[in-house]
Design a binder for this molecule. Structure first.
Ligand code: SF4
Length: 455
């Protein structure tokens, strides 16, 4: 299904779209307050962008340095060319240790590789331990946001889900009560687990260590009890020096949730005594992106989710409408590079307003990349005839001011004189979901001239 169709379904589902919009805008405002409180915010963004660009320009060297130093610390390092190889490596490590139950902290990479179904099909029990992730796992749906995976779900729906799966009281929706129930449930999972899987937020080439950030401490609990820890990282997660971490840790939490720092930023430097630590480094199309001068900068993403929280399309259409592990503006670049046929509509789910670029902590030029992706898909002959025709017609109108003005007049007259049932017709997609304003009695030109005369 196209993004437009899925977005339409989301918008049609009562007031969910408006409520989702408000919830994410609340996070965006928190982010703004935190950014305003840091006088050197823009310098931090510049530094983060420069560090990432430098790292990407020497990625093979830094990866080798990381591997060497990680091995020196006693870490077993594996390389996976794609998601399937990643899953096979993780499974074989688990098999070697006779693992039956796994606890997993939030990792978009394992979502991208579809690790959970792969392991479950082979008889393992995999429990996501991040609260939002656990909720969507129990509901058997994918996360809708990379930082707030259950942001599309109301607390009443969480109450129903927990009543069914965790035995909480029917109709209970008090967040404190539900969180406590999840806490008790997850404690048991941690105690019973044979292995812990985490993602990696940042890996440091000069030390061979890595950092995992969570707000719930679930990564720490998940890898502290079992004797086996597997960390899965995309090859773009590297920073050259430990000193670089300060730049990214200051930016990440502020951009993601409007907190000054993530509650737990856990540093791992080798396995603890008597335990085993594996790191699986995954390409899965990243090298292809690195080769592309136009889209290379999208690899700098630190997965903060800020571009989603600010995007007017994402806020109104919900993360599931993107049908991609990473949705929103950054997902609309990453997904079509990998699978253009499946995700070719995503770069058009964008107003090119540039708000994503303004908030991105690593200064990815998101709206320009989205525009470039549209052209790229056109050159690849991936666009449908109707899309190309409508774009050509719109371009023709925009290039001719007289025609643009006439089209505006015709639209205004149509809005004023056409019967309302035709304007709001369910046969036309534009009118179907819209509460159109009353047609203005004057043209924009007349209103503009009037205001000008007054001033
Ligand atoms: S593209 Fe930028 S704003 Fe969006 S998730 Fe990545 S780092 Fe955050």
């Amino acid at each position: 299904m196209t993004h437009a169709t899925l977005a339409e379904n989301f918008i049609a589902a009562g007031d969910r779209s408006a409520w989702h919009d408000r919830a994410l805008w609340f996070v965006r405002e928190k982010r703004d307050r935190q950014a305003d409180d840091v006088p050197e915010w823009e310098q931090l963004r510049e530094a983060a962008s420069a560090i990432k660009q430098h790292t990407m320009s020497r990625l093979p060297d830094y990866l080798q340095e990381f591997e060497l130093n990680a091995k020196r610390l006693g870490v077993k390092v594996h390389w996976a060319v794609d998601g399937e190889e990643h899953n096979r490596i993780v499974h074989s490590i688990l098999q070697q240790h006779d693992v039956r139950r796994v606890v997993k902290s939030k990792s978009m990479l394992t979502e991208e590789c579809h690790l959970n179904p792969f392991l479950e099909e082979r008889g393992l029990v995999v429990v996501d331990t991040d609260l939002g992730e656990r909720i969507v796992q129990l509901r058997e749906e994918p996360p809708s946001h990379i930082v707030l995976p259950a942001i599309h779900i109301r607390k009443e729906e969480v109450g129903d889900c927990f009543h069914e799966h965790l035995g909480t009281e029917e109709g209970a929706s008090d967040p404190k009560y539900l969180t406590e129930a999840a806490r008790q449930h997850l404690r048991q999972q941690f105690l019973e687990a044979d292995a812990g899987i985490t993602g990696v937020n940042f890996a440091v080439a000069e030390t061979g260590g890595f950092v995992v950030c969570t707000n719930e401490g679930n990564a720490d609990l998940g890898v502290s009890l079992p004797k086996l820890h597997i960390a899965c990282m995309g090859l773009e997660k590297l920073v050259p020096r430990a000193a670089d971490l300060g730049v990214f840790l200051r930016l990440l939490a502020r951009s993601a949730t409007g907190q000054p720092i993530t509650t737990y930023s856990s540093h791992f430097h080798g396995p603890r005594p008597g335990a085993e630590l594996h790191v699986v480094i995954v390409d899965n199309g990243r090298n292809k992106i690195l080769q592309s001068p136009e889209f290379r900068r999208s690899l700098n993403c630190i997965r903060c989710g800020a571009c989603m929280n600010t995007c007017p399309v994402f806020r109104r259409s919900g993360g599931h409408s993107y049908e991609s592990t990473v949705p929103g503006p950054i997902g609309s670049i990453l997904a079509p590079i990998r699978e253009p046929d499946q995700h070719k509509t995503l770069p058009f789910a964008c107003t090119l307003c540039g708000s994503c670029t303004d908030v991105c902590p690593v200064k990815i030029d998101l709206h320009h990349e989205l525009y470039a992706m549209r052209n790229h898909l056109d050159q690849q002959q991936k666009l449908e005839g109707s899309k190309k025709l409508s774009m050509r017609m719109t371009a023709g109108i925009f290039q001719r001011p007289a025609l643009y003005r006439t089209a505006g007049r015709v639209a205004r007259l149509a809005l004023r004189w056409l019967p309302r049932f035709l304007v709001y017709s369910p046969l036309n997609m534009w009118g179907r979901q819209r509460e159109l304003p009353e047609a203005p009695s004057k043209s924009f030109r007349e209103l503009y001239d009037e205001r000008h005369r007054k001033n």
